[in-house]
Design a protein around this ligand. Structure first.
Ligand SMILES: Nc1ncnc2c1ncn2[C@@H]1O[C@H](COP(=O)(O)OP(=O)(O)OP(=O)(O)O)[C@@H](O)[C@H]1O
Ligand SMILES: [Mg+2]
Length: 257
């Protein structure tokens, strides 16, 4: 009987993996989404919390934060508060709530270069087990100089992508389009639902059956406002073993039929 590297790592992490369970994703993961406001930050925090609880040294990078003038909590601060990973870092911030390249232009500031984003991510990844990079908006939003995107960054870093998707109407098309764009650049991807309603309606249940890609988690709606210690305790229930949790996508989909 042979054991997969995943089962060995799973056992070492105390996740109780058997051979059949998929390996936890290590290295660099780009958290992208089908749109802005889909729950990327909450999903990033949940993965960071579950991996940290499994003994991993986790870094979270937000390459470009916009809308800082609105007084909203920056995404890296939300993740630090909810998940307490080893490291959180924001590389560039701009006041207006716009896509990062536009926000830099409007502010008259230099946008973040792709080279700087890649160098920083590689350097941070060297002394962490898992490095999570949260994009801004959806996959093809221009993040910096020359219009580089989260897709370009994921491809350059050889990262895996987590596509955060909505639960409701419209998600089938947006999720399929996002996964197609990732596949064209050979970026492996899993899907996590950003906010699964407490009382799923017909549209949510049918979407689950037809959603493209490989479902690796579903965060309950309301998770973002949980007290952080509760959030950290619960995070492992929302994510499957690839994302350091105990969520079972097959059981979840059949329960939700
Ligand atoms: N599971 C959840 N529980 C509670 N609130 C949530 C959940 N997911 C998302 N939200 C809320 O929805 C809003 C948008 O979520 P979030 O900020 O995570 O989106 P995002 O995809 O990170 O957007 P951005 O592109 O601005 O980074 C926030 O107010 C957040 O608190
Ligand atoms: Mg966010």
């Amino acid at each position: 009987m042979t054991t997969s590297p995943g089962s060995e790592l799973g056992t070492a992490l105390g996740l109780g993996f058997s051979e059949e369970l998929p390996a936890p994703i290590v290295g660099t993961v780009v958290i992208t989404g089908t749109d802005t406001g889909v729950g990327k930050t909450i999903v990033t925090a949940a993965i960071a919390a579950a991996a940290t609880a499994a003994g991993q040294r986790v870094a979270v990078i937000k390459p470009a934060q916009t809308g800082t003038a609105d007084g909203d909590e920056p995404d890296a601060v939300t993740v630090a508060r909810l998940a307490e990973p080893a490291t959180t870092r924001t590389l560039a911030s701009f006041p207006d709530p716009l896509a990062p390249l536009a926000a830099a232009r409007v502010a008259g500031e230099d946008p973040l270069t792709a080279v700087m984003a890649q160098l920083t991510a590689r350097s941070i990844a060297e002394d962490h087990d898992l490095t999570l990079i949260e994009g801004a908006g959806g996959l093809l939003v221009p993040l910096g100089e020359g219009g580089w995107t989260a897709l370009d960054l994921a491809a350059a870093l050889g990262a895996t992508a987590v596509v955060v998707a909505r639960a409701g109407l419209g998600t089938l098309n947006h999720t399929a389009l996002t996964l197609e764009a990732l596949a064209r650049r050979d970026v492996p991807a899993v899907v996590v639902i950003g906010a699964w309603p407490a009382e799923p309606q017909l549209v949510h249940r049918t979407n689950l059956q037809d959603l493209a890609g490989d479902l690796a988690g579903a965060i309950p709606d309301g998770a973002g406002v949980m007290p952080p210690p509760l959030f950290r305790r619960e995070a492992g229930h929302w994510l499957d073993p690839r994302l350091y949790g105990r969520f079972d996508p097959v059981a979840f989909c059949s329960r939700s039929r």
